[in-house]
Design a protein around this ligand. Structure first.
Ligand code: DQA
Length: 148
């Protein structure tokens, strides 16, 4: 089965590599994407990427691509904790969405422990650095019945 997965990154994730390296490490977003592609190519998944610092652009992308891709892996960044609009966008489409985070949001500041997006997703993966995206990809494939 040929599976198409869209990976969405939200605000400030374009700053990976130099942003709070004690929390997020020194890997850039480009490097994360290369890592995901290298792991995905072994399983026959077509992965595309989108990053925006703007809530509305991310919502537009979810609407635009939901009927085109089979699943979405999304790191909503700080939108995770307060964007009911993004949560509603996820809930408005049939495409399964897997929420991922580089850091373990349960082990950081209190405001990060809660995700308003997660209840609209098929699940959440948090705390494994770049590997969170690969695990998210596998979870997304399982959600659509693809993969090995
Ligand atoms: C993050 C966690 C969020 O709390 C934070 O606002 C981010 C990154 C993560 O990947 O660990 O921007 O989503």
């Amino acid at each position: 089965m040929f599976v198409r997965i869209l990976v969405i990154n939200g605000p400030n994730l374009n700053m990976l590599g130099t942003r709070e390296t004690d929390v997020y490490g020194s890997v850039t977003l480009d490097e994360v994407e290369t890592f995901v592609v290298s792991r995905a190519s072994a399983t026959g998944v077509d992965v595309t990427f989108f990053q925006s610092n703007h809530e509305g652009e991310i919502i537009d992308e979810v609407h635009r691509r939901a009927g085109v891709v089979d699943a979405i892996v999304m790191n909503p960044g700080a939108l995770t904790h307060y964007s009911y609009a993004l949560r509603d966008a996820v809930a408005s489409v049939d495409t399964p969405v897997v929420e991922v985070h580089l850091s373990n949001i349960a082990a950081r500041e209190e405001f990060r422990a809660h995700s308003v997006i997660a209840p609209a997703c098929v699940g959440q993966i948090s705390g494994f650095g770049a590997l969170s995206y690969v695990l998210g990809l596998e979870a997304a494939m399982a959600a659509v019945g693809g993969g090995e």
